[in-house]
Design a protein around this ligand. Structure first.
Ligand code: NAP
Length: 303
Protein backbone atom coordinates (compact mmCIF):
# COMPACT_ATOMS: atom_id res chain seq x y z
CA UNK A 1 0.00 0.00 0.00
CA UNK A 2 1.28 3.47 -0.87
CA UNK A 3 1.07 5.38 2.41
CA UNK A 4 0.89 8.68 0.54
CA UNK A 5 3.53 10.43 2.67
CA UNK A 6 6.58 10.30 0.40
CA UNK A 7 8.48 13.60 0.71
CA UNK A 8 7.00 14.48 4.12
CA UNK A 9 9.38 15.35 6.96
CA UNK A 10 9.35 13.55 10.32
CA UNK A 11 11.05 13.88 13.70
CA UNK A 12 11.37 10.54 15.47
CA UNK A 13 12.63 10.97 19.03
CA UNK A 14 14.74 8.38 20.87
CA UNK A 15 15.25 6.43 17.67
CA UNK A 16 18.76 4.96 17.48
CA UNK A 17 17.38 1.63 18.71
CA UNK A 18 14.24 -0.29 19.60
CA UNK A 19 10.71 0.92 18.89
CA UNK A 20 11.78 4.43 17.85
CA UNK A 21 14.14 2.95 15.25
CA UNK A 22 11.35 0.65 14.04
CA UNK A 23 9.16 3.72 13.44
CA UNK A 24 12.00 5.55 11.67
CA UNK A 25 12.68 2.58 9.35
CA UNK A 26 9.00 2.22 8.41
CA UNK A 27 8.62 5.95 7.70
CA UNK A 28 11.81 5.94 5.63
CA UNK A 29 10.46 2.97 3.63
CA UNK A 30 7.44 5.18 2.82
CA UNK A 31 9.77 7.89 1.48
CA UNK A 32 9.71 10.21 4.53
CA UNK A 33 12.74 12.45 5.28
CA UNK A 34 13.88 11.98 8.84
CA UNK A 35 15.31 13.82 11.81
CA UNK A 36 16.52 11.22 14.30
CA UNK A 37 17.48 11.74 17.91
CA UNK A 38 19.12 9.83 20.78
CA UNK A 39 21.68 10.68 23.43
CA UNK A 40 24.48 8.41 22.18
CA UNK A 41 25.96 9.92 18.97
CA UNK A 42 27.69 6.78 17.69
CA UNK A 43 24.69 4.42 17.63
CA UNK A 44 22.53 7.27 16.30
CA UNK A 45 24.83 7.92 13.33
CA UNK A 46 25.10 4.18 12.58
CA UNK A 47 21.31 3.89 12.50
CA UNK A 48 21.00 7.00 10.32
CA UNK A 49 23.53 5.66 7.81
CA UNK A 50 21.82 2.25 7.68
CA UNK A 51 18.50 3.99 6.92
CA UNK A 52 20.06 6.25 4.24
CA UNK A 53 21.64 3.20 2.60
CA UNK A 54 18.45 1.11 2.74
CA UNK A 55 15.87 3.71 1.73
CA UNK A 56 17.72 6.60 0.04
CA UNK A 57 16.00 9.29 2.15
CA UNK A 58 17.69 12.30 3.79
CA UNK A 59 18.38 11.70 7.49
CA UNK A 60 19.54 14.39 9.93
CA UNK A 61 20.79 13.36 13.38
CA UNK A 62 20.76 15.31 16.64
CA UNK A 63 22.49 13.69 19.62
CA UNK A 64 20.72 15.19 22.65
CA UNK A 65 18.69 14.29 25.72
CA UNK A 66 15.12 14.89 24.55
CA UNK A 67 13.88 15.11 28.15
CA UNK A 68 15.78 18.37 28.73
CA UNK A 69 14.72 21.79 27.50
CA UNK A 70 18.13 22.39 25.93
CA UNK A 71 17.99 19.02 24.17
CA UNK A 72 14.49 19.69 22.80
CA UNK A 73 15.53 23.18 21.59
CA UNK A 74 18.47 21.68 19.70
CA UNK A 75 16.33 18.95 18.12
CA UNK A 76 13.50 21.32 17.14
CA UNK A 77 15.94 23.85 15.68
CA UNK A 78 17.43 21.15 13.42
CA UNK A 79 14.01 19.75 12.56
CA UNK A 80 12.45 22.93 11.13
CA UNK A 81 8.94 22.56 9.71
CA UNK A 82 7.63 19.08 10.44
CA UNK A 83 4.76 17.07 8.98
CA UNK A 84 5.15 14.12 11.36
CA UNK A 85 6.21 13.86 15.01
CA UNK A 86 6.86 10.59 16.82
CA UNK A 87 7.54 11.16 20.51
CA UNK A 88 9.52 8.66 22.56
CA UNK A 89 12.05 8.46 25.42
CA UNK A 90 13.39 5.82 27.78
CA UNK A 91 10.93 4.41 30.32
CA UNK A 92 11.14 4.94 34.10
CA UNK A 93 12.70 2.27 36.34
CA UNK A 94 10.61 -0.29 38.28
CA UNK A 95 10.19 -0.03 42.07
CA UNK A 96 7.79 0.02 44.99
CA UNK A 97 5.02 2.61 45.36
CA UNK A 98 6.13 3.59 48.86
CA UNK A 99 9.75 4.29 47.85
CA UNK A 100 9.30 6.87 45.09
CA UNK A 101 10.21 10.43 46.05
CA UNK A 102 8.96 13.67 44.56
CA UNK A 103 12.19 13.81 42.51
CA UNK A 104 11.49 10.34 41.06
CA UNK A 105 8.00 11.42 40.02
CA UNK A 106 9.26 14.69 38.52
CA UNK A 107 11.87 12.79 36.47
CA UNK A 108 9.24 10.33 35.18
CA UNK A 109 6.75 13.10 34.42
CA UNK A 110 9.46 15.10 32.63
CA UNK A 111 10.50 12.18 30.44
CA UNK A 112 7.19 10.50 29.66
CA UNK A 113 4.57 13.23 29.98
CA UNK A 114 5.95 16.79 29.86
CA UNK A 115 8.51 16.12 27.11
CA UNK A 116 5.96 14.82 24.56
CA UNK A 117 3.58 17.62 25.56
CA UNK A 118 6.30 20.27 25.03
CA UNK A 119 7.16 18.77 21.64
CA UNK A 120 3.50 18.80 20.59
CA UNK A 121 3.11 22.40 21.75
CA UNK A 122 6.12 23.33 19.62
CA UNK A 123 5.07 21.61 16.38
CA UNK A 124 1.26 21.64 16.37
CA UNK A 125 0.85 25.33 15.43
CA UNK A 126 2.92 24.86 12.26
CA UNK A 127 1.08 21.67 11.30
CA UNK A 128 -2.28 23.37 11.84
CA UNK A 129 -1.25 26.40 9.79
CA UNK A 130 -0.19 24.11 6.92
CA UNK A 131 -3.39 22.04 7.26
CA UNK A 132 -1.77 18.62 7.68
CA UNK A 133 0.08 16.80 10.43
CA UNK A 134 0.49 13.49 12.22
CA UNK A 135 1.60 12.93 15.81
CA UNK A 136 2.18 9.48 17.30
CA UNK A 137 3.21 9.13 20.93
CA UNK A 138 4.88 5.89 22.03
CA UNK A 139 3.35 5.18 25.45
CA UNK A 140 2.73 1.74 26.97
CA UNK A 141 0.25 -1.04 27.63
CA UNK A 142 0.39 0.19 31.23
CA UNK A 143 -2.12 2.89 30.19
CA UNK A 144 -4.76 0.18 29.72
CA UNK A 145 -3.61 -2.24 32.39
CA UNK A 146 -1.50 -0.82 35.22
CA UNK A 147 1.73 -2.61 36.07
CA UNK A 148 2.22 -2.31 39.86
CA UNK A 149 6.03 -2.27 39.84
CA UNK A 150 6.05 0.39 37.10
CA UNK A 151 3.97 2.97 38.94
CA UNK A 152 6.13 5.84 37.70
CA UNK A 153 5.35 4.80 34.14
CA UNK A 154 1.64 4.22 34.92
CA UNK A 155 1.39 7.74 36.37
CA UNK A 156 3.30 9.70 33.73
CA UNK A 157 1.76 7.92 30.76
CA UNK A 158 -1.76 8.28 32.13
CA UNK A 159 -1.16 12.04 32.32
CA UNK A 160 0.02 12.17 28.70
CA UNK A 161 -2.98 10.09 27.63
CA UNK A 162 -5.33 12.60 29.25
CA UNK A 163 -3.63 15.51 27.48
CA UNK A 164 -3.86 13.77 24.11
CA UNK A 165 -7.52 12.84 24.59
CA UNK A 166 -8.48 16.50 24.89
CA UNK A 167 -5.93 18.04 22.51
CA UNK A 168 -6.46 15.59 19.62
CA UNK A 169 -10.07 16.76 19.34
CA UNK A 170 -9.03 20.42 19.29
CA UNK A 171 -6.58 20.11 16.39
CA UNK A 172 -8.34 17.47 14.26
CA UNK A 173 -10.35 20.08 12.35
CA UNK A 174 -7.10 21.52 10.97
CA UNK A 175 -5.96 18.26 9.37
CA UNK A 176 -3.77 17.18 12.28
CA UNK A 177 -4.22 13.84 14.03
CA UNK A 178 -2.72 12.78 17.36
CA UNK A 179 -2.79 9.15 18.49
CA UNK A 180 -0.91 6.98 20.97
CA UNK A 181 0.69 3.61 20.27
CA UNK A 182 0.77 1.33 23.32
CA UNK A 183 3.50 -1.32 23.16
CA UNK A 184 3.10 -4.59 24.97
CA UNK A 185 6.24 -6.66 25.23
CA UNK A 186 8.61 -6.11 22.32
CA UNK A 187 12.06 -7.58 21.74
CA UNK A 188 14.22 -4.52 22.43
CA UNK A 189 16.99 -3.58 24.88
CA UNK A 190 14.30 -2.37 27.30
CA UNK A 191 12.74 -5.87 27.36
CA UNK A 192 16.16 -7.49 27.85
CA UNK A 193 16.87 -5.15 30.76
CA UNK A 194 13.51 -5.91 32.43
CA UNK A 195 14.00 -9.66 31.82
CA UNK A 196 17.47 -9.34 33.37
CA UNK A 197 15.95 -7.88 36.54
CA UNK A 198 13.43 -10.73 36.77
CA UNK A 199 16.17 -13.35 36.12
CA UNK A 200 18.31 -11.92 38.90
CA UNK A 201 15.49 -11.74 41.42
CA UNK A 202 14.07 -15.17 40.64
CA UNK A 203 17.48 -16.88 40.28
CA UNK A 204 16.74 -18.04 36.71
CA UNK A 205 18.48 -17.54 33.37
CA UNK A 206 17.65 -14.70 31.02
CA UNK A 207 16.28 -17.25 28.51
CA UNK A 208 14.00 -18.74 31.15
CA UNK A 209 12.74 -15.27 32.16
CA UNK A 210 11.93 -14.57 28.51
CA UNK A 211 10.31 -18.00 28.00
CA UNK A 212 8.04 -17.41 31.00
CA UNK A 213 7.08 -14.00 29.72
CA UNK A 214 6.38 -15.27 26.20
CA UNK A 215 4.03 -17.83 27.72
CA UNK A 216 1.85 -14.95 28.98
CA UNK A 217 1.30 -13.63 25.41
CA UNK A 218 -1.36 -15.34 23.25
CA UNK A 219 0.83 -15.11 20.11
CA UNK A 220 3.58 -16.88 22.10
CA UNK A 221 6.37 -14.43 21.31
CA UNK A 222 7.55 -10.87 21.77
CA UNK A 223 6.56 -8.22 19.24
CA UNK A 224 9.16 -6.82 16.88
CA UNK A 225 10.26 -3.25 16.25
CA UNK A 226 9.37 -3.79 12.57
CA UNK A 227 5.74 -4.64 13.40
CA UNK A 228 5.56 -1.67 15.72
CA UNK A 229 7.04 0.64 13.08
CA UNK A 230 4.55 -0.52 10.46
CA UNK A 231 1.63 0.40 12.75
CA UNK A 232 3.22 3.80 13.41
CA UNK A 233 3.72 4.48 9.69
CA UNK A 234 0.07 3.66 9.00
CA UNK A 235 -1.08 6.11 11.70
CA UNK A 236 1.16 8.70 10.01
CA UNK A 237 -0.19 7.91 6.55
CA UNK A 238 -2.54 9.78 4.26
CA UNK A 239 -5.13 7.05 4.97
CA UNK A 240 -5.31 7.65 8.73
CA UNK A 241 -6.91 11.11 8.77
CA UNK A 242 -10.07 9.80 10.47
CA UNK A 243 -8.20 8.10 13.34
CA UNK A 244 -8.17 10.71 16.12
CA UNK A 245 -7.21 10.51 19.79
CA UNK A 246 -6.96 6.71 19.87
CA UNK A 247 -4.85 4.46 22.09
CA UNK A 248 -3.78 1.58 19.87
CA UNK A 249 -2.57 -1.46 21.79
CA UNK A 250 0.10 -3.68 20.19
CA UNK A 251 0.46 -6.53 22.67
CA UNK A 252 -0.05 -9.86 20.90
CA UNK A 253 -3.34 -10.23 22.79
CA UNK A 254 -1.68 -10.10 26.21
CA UNK A 255 -4.29 -7.88 27.84
CA UNK A 256 -7.35 -10.05 28.29
CA UNK A 257 -10.34 -7.83 27.56
CA UNK A 258 -13.45 -7.62 25.41
CA UNK A 259 -14.03 -3.88 25.19
CA UNK A 260 -12.28 -2.48 28.23
CA UNK A 261 -9.81 -3.81 30.71
CA UNK A 262 -10.98 -6.76 32.81
CA UNK A 263 -8.64 -7.71 35.63
CA UNK A 264 -7.62 -11.33 35.27
CA UNK A 265 -8.17 -11.55 39.01
CA UNK A 266 -10.04 -8.53 40.35
CA UNK A 267 -8.68 -6.85 43.47
CA UNK A 268 -10.86 -8.90 45.82
CA UNK A 269 -10.10 -12.21 44.12
CA UNK A 270 -6.39 -11.34 43.96
CA UNK A 271 -6.40 -10.55 47.68
CA UNK A 272 -8.27 -13.78 48.47
CA UNK A 273 -5.87 -15.90 46.40
CA UNK A 274 -2.67 -14.27 47.73
CA UNK A 275 -0.77 -16.32 50.30
CA UNK A 276 -1.81 -15.28 53.79
CA UNK A 277 1.79 -14.40 54.81
CA UNK A 278 2.28 -12.18 51.77
CA UNK A 279 -1.02 -10.42 52.40
CA UNK A 280 -0.08 -9.60 55.94
CA UNK A 281 3.55 -8.53 55.40
CA UNK A 282 3.92 -5.01 56.86
CA UNK A 283 5.03 -2.31 54.49
CA UNK A 284 8.54 -1.11 55.49
CA UNK A 285 7.95 2.46 54.31
CA UNK A 286 4.62 2.87 56.07
CA UNK A 287 4.27 0.75 59.21
CA UNK A 288 0.65 -0.09 59.81
CA UNK A 289 -0.02 -0.56 56.10
CA UNK A 290 0.24 -4.00 54.55
CA UNK A 291 2.41 -4.41 51.47
CA UNK A 292 0.89 -6.09 48.42
CA UNK A 293 2.78 -8.96 46.77
CA UNK A 294 2.02 -7.66 43.28
CA UNK A 295 4.30 -4.62 43.79
CA UNK A 296 7.23 -6.72 42.54
CA UNK A 297 8.02 -6.81 38.80
CA UNK A 298 6.56 -10.02 37.35
CA UNK A 299 7.68 -11.86 34.20
CA UNK A 300 4.73 -10.42 32.27
CA UNK A 301 5.51 -6.78 33.13
CA UNK A 302 7.02 -4.22 30.80
CA UNK A 303 6.48 -0.54 30.11
P1 NAP B 1 15.19 0.80 23.95
O1 NAP B 1 15.31 -0.38 23.04
O2 NAP B 1 15.94 0.79 25.23
O3 NAP B 1 15.60 2.09 23.07
C1 NAP B 1 15.52 3.34 23.63
C2 NAP B 1 15.98 4.37 22.59
O4 NAP B 1 15.70 5.64 23.12
C3 NAP B 1 17.46 4.34 22.30
O5 NAP B 1 17.70 4.75 20.97
C4 NAP B 1 18.01 5.37 23.29
O6 NAP B 1 19.27 5.86 22.86
C5 NAP B 1 16.90 6.41 23.21
N1 NAP B 1 16.74 7.25 24.41
C6 NAP B 1 16.51 6.83 25.68
N2 NAP B 1 16.40 7.88 26.50
C7 NAP B 1 16.55 8.99 25.73
C8 NAP B 1 16.56 10.38 26.00
N3 NAP B 1 16.40 10.85 27.25
N4 NAP B 1 16.75 11.26 24.96
C9 NAP B 1 16.92 10.80 23.71
N5 NAP B 1 16.94 9.49 23.40
C10 NAP B 1 16.77 8.60 24.39
O7 NAP B 1 13.66 1.06 24.38
P2 NAP B 1 12.32 0.59 23.64
O8 NAP B 1 12.02 -0.81 24.05
O9 NAP B 1 12.38 0.93 22.22
O10 NAP B 1 11.24 1.48 24.42
C11 NAP B 1 10.82 2.74 23.94
C12 NAP B 1 9.73 3.24 24.88
O11 NAP B 1 8.63 2.32 24.87
C13 NAP B 1 10.18 3.37 26.34
O12 NAP B 1 9.58 4.49 26.93
C14 NAP B 1 9.65 2.09 26.97
O13 NAP B 1 9.41 2.24 28.34
C15 NAP B 1 8.33 1.93 26.20
N6 NAP B 1 7.86 0.54 26.23
C16 NAP B 1 8.61 -0.46 25.71
C17 NAP B 1 8.14 -1.76 25.76
C18 NAP B 1 8.94 -2.93 25.22
O14 NAP B 1 8.53 -4.08 25.38
N7 NAP B 1 10.05 -2.71 24.56
C19 NAP B 1 6.88 -2.02 26.33
C20 NAP B 1 6.14 -0.98 26.85
C21 NAP B 1 6.63 0.31 26.79
P3 NAP B 1 20.31 6.53 23.93
O15 NAP B 1 20.36 5.61 25.10
O16 NAP B 1 21.59 6.62 23.18
O17 NAP B 1 19.74 7.86 24.25
Amino acid sequence: MDLGISGKRALVCASSKGLGRGCAEALAAAGVELVLNARGAEALEMTAQAIRDAHGVAVTTVAADITTEAGRDEVLEAAGDLDILVTNAGGPPPGLWSDWSRADFIAALDANMLTPIALMQAVLPGMMARGWGRVVNITSQSVKSPIPALGLSNSARAGLTGFVAGTARQVAGRGVTINNLLPGIHATDRAVSLDGGVAQREGITLDEARRRREATIPVGRYGTAEEFGAACAFLCSAHAGFIVGQNVLLDGGAINATLSRQNRAGPRRAARSAPRAARRRPCPAAPGLLSRPETRLKPSDTA
